[in-house]
Design a protein around this ligand. Structure first.
Ligand SMILES: Cc1cc2nc3c(=O)[nH]c(=O)nc-3n(C[C@H](O)[C@H](O)[C@H](O)COP(=O)(O)O)c2cc1C
Ligand code: SF4
Length: 410
């Protein structure tokens, strides 16, 4: 299949793209277009593009921008969220390290569209290469007089929850990176209580492309409800691990076999998790076009695209425990239902592993139902998605592990 390269053009070098290299492919042309036509034009191009956020929740970007643009206030902020810390996802790190100017231009555009006077690029502390790339891009753009407002780099702590948008705002304010109660949403009252737009760095790089090439060109790529391209990460389970760009409408076969070269060591694909906080898909779903509208009925979504492979040798109970332990360790402790849910998942799954797990299926589903919407952030639902999905996708494996008499209730 033809794979348009909106974000990851072919390059001779692996170093961060310089300003002159970026400009040679039209870089900062989108910002010039926006400055010529105005903020309303830019917001309408992004509406026409049908762009949805690439930070995981797929929220329509233009709708988010409108909220901040309409919010009263003489001071507004914009934040580019590059706090990626989801196991198996490397796409934001890759993008920032290789194309810092595209992210920066997108941030300037998001600020322009919403009336911001200051911007922040938000990374986390372990991102050494990304930090250097952004610092270099900021220095080049400043020297070239490209920044209509000041942009600062902020490093949050290396935790998963620090990537949640309000946790990122707390960190920029100098506080521990823990999510706030919402509402108010950042667009209403964000950084220092002022209207703030938080966008994922991949979303921002798409914005730069849209402002340059037009919303209609972006909307021409993809499917009815899922527009443009998106980035994926494939891990060591495939022949060619790496970060790849594919248009919506491509299939997971295009990704795993086409880009990744298939599984290593002659292994057979049994299932895969499109992202850590999503539901599993089976090998028979390899042909399903990747789109919000096709994955939703299957109980999953593309998330942030870090694909985890389940092959014929994977111990799915141990793998599910690994996922549950990640969420248990990374939850920030502010909400009792989240603490309880994530701890209990691990406890019950370990009982299954030890063949002492009667009623595990029902217990975990009740826990997930009880916890839904009871957290300050969506980690509480993200933790449940892969675990509950594993119970049904791999029901026989769990029943076998749990031992006789512990089979799930019909
Ligand atoms: C636990 C948790 C971790 C998150 N981590 C990230 C992250 O690393 N990067 C990111 O852009 N969004 C992350 N998000 C989503 C953000 O809260 C927010 O939705 C996103 O930055 C908005 O950008 P978008 O509209 O462009 O997707 C996370 C959310 C949760 C609940
Ligand atoms: S839901 Fe969990 S991770 Fe989110 S704020 Fe509450 S305790 Fe923290």
């Amino acid at each position: 299949m033809q794979t348009p390269a909106l974000l990851l053009p072919q390059r001779p070098s692996d170093a961060p793209e310089t300003l002159s290299e970026y400009r040679a492919r039209g870089g900062y042309g989108g910002l010039a277009n926006a400055q010529q036509h105005g903020a309303i034009w830019l917001r309408s191009e992004v509406t026409a593009a049908g762009l949805r956020g690439r930070g995981g929740a797929a929220f329509p970007t233009a709708t988010k921008w409108q909220l901040a643009a309409d919010a009263a206030g003489d001071e507004k902020f914009v934040v580019g969220n590059g706090g990626e810390h989801e196991p198996g996802s490397d796409k934001d790190r890759y993008l920032v390290a290789h194309h810092p100017h595209a992210v920066l231009e997108g941030l300037l555009l998001a600020g322009f569209a919403t009336g911001a006077q200051k911007g922040y690029v938000y990374l986390i502390e372990d991102m050494t290469a990304q930090r250097a790339a952004i610092e270099q891009a900021l220095a080049e753009a400043t020297a070239a007089g490209l920044l209509p407002f000041p942009v600062e780099l902020h490093l949050g702590p290396t935790t998963y929850v620090a990537g949640e948008e309000t946790a990122a705002l707390e960190s920029i304010e100098g506080k521990p990176a823990k999510p706030r109660q919402k509402p108010p949403f950042p667009g209403q009252a964000g950084l220092f209580g002022k209207p703030t737009t938080v966008n994922n760095v991949e979303t921002l790089a798409h914005v730069a492309w849209i402002a340059r090439e037009g919303g209609a060109a972006f909307a021409a790529i993809g499917t009815a409800e899922s527009k443009g391209t998106l980035l994926f990460t494939l891990g060591d389970e495939v022949v060619h691990p790496g970060v790849y760009e594919l248009p919506f409408g491509a299939t997971y076969r295009d990704l795993i076999e086409g880009k990744g070269g298939g599984l290593k060591n002659g292994r057979t694909l049994r299932a895969f998790l499109p992202a850590m906080s999503a539901g599993f898909l089976l090998a028979e779903h390899l042909h399903v076009p990747i789109a919000y509208e096709t994955l939703r009925p299957l109980g999953t979504g593309p998330g942030c695209g870090g694909v985890k492979i389940v092959d014929d040798t994977t111990d799915v109970v141990a793998m599910t425990i690994g996922i549950a332990e990640f969420f248990m360790k990374e939850q920030c402790g502010q909400c009792p239902p989240c603490r309880m849910e994530t701890n209990q998942f691990v406890h019950i799954l370990k009982a299954v592993q030890a063949a002492k797990g009667p009623g595990y299926d029902d217990k975990m589903k009740k826990l997930a139902d009880f916890s839904r919407k009871k957290g300050r952030c969506s980690l509480i639902e993200m933790a449940a998605a892969p675990v509950i999905s594993a119970l049904s996708c791999f029901a026989d494996d769990f029943a076998r592990a749990a031992g006789p008499g512990a089979a799930p209730e019909a």
